[in-house]
Design a protein around this ligand. Structure first.
Ligand code: NAP
Length: 484
């Protein structure tokens, strides 16, 4: 099945921080793929903007190199690369100075969609927003894209929101959480709200518990000092895991429209209960042979920052009362995976003699490394051995069913950037959502600080500290195995 690629409207996209790691590793290679797919118009332009004193030719070479380093199979398409870099421009600007801004103003075509990607440190957002207006570059139709981290607590997130609100309406602000750009995340909504099958079961009558695991095999490595100021709660739970939790738990919006969807997500966050300290396990990876420990990577032998967290949360509403949501994320785990599992309740009674095993339907949704869904169902074991039951996965991996297709192959960043150009905010976090998420996580983090909570050590290549296992075991439940 080949899906149609619909070109977006003509645009000029300015990437502040266009020379940075994110721009070279994700944004530009992603735009190149959208260019090759035919989605990026041949007249559209991408304007890199940063302090580095290079010109457009130098920038084009930088992006050729970036595609060679970070691109996939498409990096062999030299003709395509040349055509793409021909649509790139560069302006030297300092967010805190005045040089280059008039030049940027003259370069922009105001008759097409204008988007400004703030791929710089959040401390520069205010300076950029202010100069975009002083130099009359942004107007009421422009869009701004901002990267994570969006604050480190409620107060800083509010301050960032206020800074942006001084110059832009909420409908112009696109806060990126790249997890939301994944095909499977959108499919989650399609599966929930486009099928009769699941929705009647999607509640505390039929669901035993829900698990969300985001495991990484890498440590904090070279960015240890930076990571040590945030930790797993701020870096992963407050944004990615909570966003996934919202999509799993939210009520059906009245229509698939950005504010309707975000209103429902916000209600979930607001219904999250405070978490008891004994329902949270924090961990730090230990040294393993020549592999440094978390504290060595962080450069702080007394660091109390967590590289792992497991927690049990509850949502106080009619649909979910009494259903635990177990969240888990960590570095240096046994495999790289992002998986959501909806574990349905036991049947309660088996009519099959000798069948004492607990059979449960589990809908598991993988976001990485491969995107797909499986539904575990119980069937008769093939053969002549009588009515012996066995649990097998019904595989709904999309690539197998739908085949390779250009739009489907878009990665999260590509899809989200195209959504910015289309003016579709559904997959972007609204300011009040981000603030509500911090309002829930802040007291948890403050509690650790007040108690001098020390994270438990765990082995590299494991599933986290033993206490994380106990969090489920003591309720007669079990985490799903972390498999890549
Ligand atoms: P980076 O590699 O340090 O790049 C920062 C960029 O900002 C460079 O292009 C730099 O270029 C530019 N810059 C710095 N000061 C400037 C100023 N005063 N005026 C204009 N430009 C300035 O950082 P990054 O990793 O690309 O990250 C960018 C943003 O994305 C950050 O907010 C980060 O938290 C977020 N993010 C990054 C990743 C990732 O994978 N890298 C993932 C998620 C979120 P010049 O030095 O030439 O000015």
């Amino acid at each position: 099945m080949v899906s149609r690629v619909i070109p977006v409207e003509d645009f000029d996209l300015v990437i502040f921080g266009g020379t940075g790691d994110l721009a070279r590793r994700k944004i530009l290679p992603g735009l190149f793929r959208r260019f090759l797919s035919g989605q990026m118009p041949k007249t559209s332009r991408v304007i890199g903007a940063a302090r580095s004193d290079i010109n457009t030719d130098g920038y084009r070479q930088m992006i050729r190199d970036a595609i060679a380093e970070f691109g996939g199979a498409e990096k062999e398409n030299t003709a395509g690369i040349e055509a793409f870099v021909g649509q790139l421009h560069y302006v030297t600007v300092d967010a805190k100075g005045d040089g280059g801004w008039a030049e940027l103003h003259d370069l922009i075509r105001f008759e097409v969609v204008n988007a400004f990607y703030f791929s710089v440190a959040p401390s520069l957002f205010g300076d950029l927003a202010e100069r975009l207006h002083t130099y009359e570059i942004a107007d009421a139709d422009s869009r701004v894209v901002v990267e994570k981290p969006f604050g480190r607590d409620l107060a800083s997130a509010q301050a960032l929101n206020e800074t942006l609100a001084e110059h832009f309406k909420e409908s112009q602000v696109y806060r990126i959480d790249h997890y939301l750009g994944k095909e499977t995340v959108q499919n989650l909504m399609a599966v929930r709200f486009g099928n009769m099958l699941f929705e009647p079961l999607w509640n505390n009558h039929y669901v035993d518990h829900i698990e969300i695991t985001v495991a990484e095999t890498v440590g904090v490595g070279g960015r240890g000092a930076y990571y040590d100021k945030s930790g797993a709660m701020r870096d992963m739970v407050q944004n990615h895991l909570m966003q996934l939790l919202c999509l799993i738990a939210m009520e059906a919006p009245s229509e698939f429209e950005s504010d309707a969807v975000r209103d429902e997500k916000l209600k979930v966050i607001r219904a999250l209960q405070p978490v008891e300290p004994h329902h949270i396990v924090r961990g730090q990876y230990d040294a393993a042979g020549d592999e440094p420990s978390y504290r060595e990577d962080a450069g702080d032998p007394r660091s109390f920052t967590e590289s792992f967290i497991a927690m049990r949360c509850e949502i106080a509403n009619w649909r979910w009362a009494g259903v635990p949501f177990y969240l888990r994320t960590g570095k240096k785990m046994k495999a790289r995976t992002s998986e959501i599992s909806v574990v349905f309740k036991d049947l309660g009674h088996s009519i099959f003699p000798g069948d004492e095993k607990r059979h449960r339907n589990i809908l598991s949704i993988q976001l990485q490394p491969n995107e797909g869904m499986q539904l575990q169902v119980t069937i008769k074991e093939p053969g002549q051995g009588g009515m012996r039951l066995v649990d097998v996965p019904l595989d709904m991996t999309f690539a197998d069913a739908l085949g390779p297709d250009a739009e489907g192959a878009a990665d999260a960043y590509e899809r989200l950037i195209m959504d910015v150009i289309r003016g579709n905010q559904t997959l972007f976090m609204r300011g009040d959502e981000v603030e509500a998420a911090w309002a829930w996580t802040d007291p948890i983090i403050e509690g650790w600080q007040a108690r001098n909570d020390v994270p438990k050590l765990y082995d590299q290549g494991s599933s986290g500290p033993d206490d994380a296992m106990a969090l489920m075991h003591r309720e007669d439940r079990k985490w799903r195995d972390i498999k890549g």
